[in-house]
Write a protein that binds this ligand. Sequence first.
Ligand code: MN
Length: 374
Amino acid sequence: MRLDDTTLRDGHQTPGVTFTVEEKIEIARMLDEAGVHQIEAGIPVSSPEDEEAVKRISKEVSASVMGWSRAHPRDVEAVARTGADAIAISMPTSPLHLKYKLGIGWREALSRIREAVRLAKNLGLYVSVSAEDGSRTPYKLLRQYAEVILEAGADRLRLADTIGILTPDITKKLVRRIIRDVGIEVEIHAHNDLGLAVANTLAALEGGASWASVTVNGLGERAGNAALEAVVTALKVIYGKDVGFKLDRLYRLSRLVEKVSGIPVGYFTPIVGENVFRHSSGIHVDGLLKHPYTYQPISPEEVGRKTEFVFDKYSGKALINWKLKAMGLKLPETYVEELRMLLVQKAYRLKRALREEELEAEIKGFLALKGLKI
Ligand code: MN
């Protein structure tokens, strides 16, 4: 099971996101060091900037580098000129896209993709062929498409759920069926329009897909793509699978992409969101102080983060005692309860949680008030 990170291509297609060549190289280096197997670095035919980025990344990283292309000889040649070792050739397969977007028939589509694959193979490239809008393509056509590209020499089929309408169950069955009928390697390229990109990606892997398209922070068009951080962490936590990716790089990667994309990571975004390793409620904090897995699917250190305790209206004495201990103090039980109630009221007044340093300051204030020595 391998990861094809497309932050620099599909992620870069997010409206308003523009990576400079240097920024792309910085992200590519970090992805490479973390252990991504393939980096889809851009669309060489689209601009001199993207051509330059793909060229330079190909020289910089040890991962496979892929350039994106339509099924046009000009696009394919542009990818080959960059020195990238791999190409993603995209062609829609759904009747809707073929009729309204390209205005071509099925035979023409097959003939164009066949030629493009042959050209790319002649140019020495590893070829992934996308069935764009594959999830809205009748199975009979999808199967024929897969057979045609395999025959032309393609290395894998990228099954694109372009508008994110698959379910995990359908995805798994579809991938299994294609592999069984055609015997081609499958990559899943899931979009998150209905919040199912990660689930569908995992389902495809269960169904036998050997590659997953992912992006850092789920960056991508509309609701984005399957998020790298959720996919690799789920593989580890749920399936016990190590795909050779260094999970402890996830947070740094996320912060870098957040910074250079200008797209803020959501508060609740799995693994990398601000709230996901922050705890306040009494029962949870008490459990976590005894074992990190009581209320976390993975320990935050494993993904490059730290547990954060804050004091809020539902916080309890365990957190106060923990803080007192860290300060080298111990208080009688009645004082701890009195302090807890004061802090709860403070949290209500502020309508927010108290950070650790604020909690410490409040404790000091309480001790001074009671005439107790620090
Ligand atoms: Mn896409």
